[in-house]
Design a protein around this ligand. Structure first.
Ligand code: FPP
Length: 341
């Protein structure tokens, strides 16, 4: 049984006013900047499921006068950093939009082939790290339409991580939310036709959710889109109904775990209402004042020793030498002329 937290003990003996949180321990493995942002978070209100639309690889490459595929290659480091940070801080589920059905149909064959090879190589190289971080791999999308060798590698990687109990990393590959809904309706009809016929068909929200590709996951609480675009691009249209949307101008190859933490910090500032009124958060915790905020508000005389500053990680910079990204606030770009999916 886990030992009660300082927060829990103080709340129980009424030493801690309601709505005030203590800083929790910082998970091991976060670098100095990540630790700084993590300390501003309330670990009890982390999003359970984060979905990310990885975008901007082509623009990243273009700015460097490199071929588009160089952006995809650089995107792998962003995937690695983001996945590891999510796992370290205990995010239950992370879903990455890696390859849409539209990508498949509308990009040159050479780029699609490159992405397939990159995915295969990523899966082969990353399984040991996924296992080390207790991450279980899953997929959503019409994977039977992918090249057979890629499907085999995907099955191998999924099988090799199936025993892990930490973060569920779901890769959306050849994915389209509309196709997912079509497949869900087909699946509902198939299942009743094998179980007594159409007169037994009962459709409600739970039934639909059970037949989606994401039946293994809770709905995302937060969706992140990189590169400043303000679209969902046919991604998890059903599941994102109540998700908070965080758009960052950072191009995907520059995105790191630090940016994920900044997105979570922004998420925690939002009030989630689920269609209710102010303050009615449907059983979900609303915005709270952290002790750090309170102390900051007290100014330089605000001395307190109540903060549990114990950290399992050293404050020293960690080894991610590629992490050159600067902390920033999301400033979505002004409207764009061109539009892609
Ligand atoms: C969008 O950028 C990105 C993609 C279509 C592919 C995503 C792939 C990766 C991040 C590579 C590695 C992923 C895995 C899971 C191994 P874009 O090409 O649409 O960029 P643009 O909008 O700037 O042209």
């Amino acid at each position: 049984m886990p030992s009660p937290s300082l927060q829990g003990i103080l709340s129980r003996v009424s030493l801690l006013p309601k709505g005030i949180t203590l800083q929790h321990k910082v998970p091991t493995g976060l670098d100095r900047k990540e630790t700084e942002v993590y300390r501003q978070l309330d670990p009890e209100r982390l999003p359970k499921h984060i979905a990310i639309i990885m975008d901007g690889n082509g623009r990243w490459a273009k700015r460097r006068h490199m071929p588009r595929v160089a952006g995809h290659r650089a995107g792998v480091a962003a995937v690695r950093s983001t996945v590891e940070t999510a796992a370290r801080i205990g995010i239950h589920a992370l879903t990455l939009y890696a390859f849409s059905e539209e990508n498949w149909k509308k990009r040159p064959k050479s780029e699609v082939d490159f992405l397939m090879r990159l995915l295969s190589r990523y899966l082969k190289a990353e399984v040991p790290t996924l296992n080390k971080n207790n991450i279980r791999l899953e997929y959503i999308g019409r994977r039977h339409e992918l090249p057979e060798d890629v499907q085999e590698r995907m099955a191998w990687a999924r099988h090799s991580t199936a025993q892990n109990t930490g973060t569920v990393l779901t890769l959306a590959l050849n994915y389209s939310a509309r196709s997912e809904l079509v497949d869900a309706f087909r699946s509902m009809v198939n299942s009743v036709s094998q179980n007594g016929g159409l007169e037994h068909l009962r459709i409600d929200e739970d039934t639909v959710a059970r037949h989606l590709y994401t039946s293994h996951l809770p709905d995302p609480d937060l969706v992140v889109r990189t590169s400043g675009e303000m679209r969902l691009s046919n991604f998890l249209l059903w599941q994102l109904a109540y998700a908070e949307i965080y758009v960052t101008p950072t191009l995907w190859p520059d995105f790191r775990g630090l940016h994920l933490l900044e997105g979570i910090a922004e998420y925690q500032k939002r009030e989630r209402r689920y269609g209710g009124l102010n303050g009615d958060s449907h059983g979900h915790a609303g915005p709270r004042t952290s002790l750090a905020d309170l102390v900051a508000g007290l100014g330089s005389n605000g001395t307190t020793s109540a903060t549990d500053s114990g950290s399992e990680s050293s404050d020293s910079e960690n080894s991610d030498s590629e992490n050159k990204a600067k902390p920033h606030h999301a400033k979505p770009h002004a409207s764009k002329v061109t539009r892609k999916h």
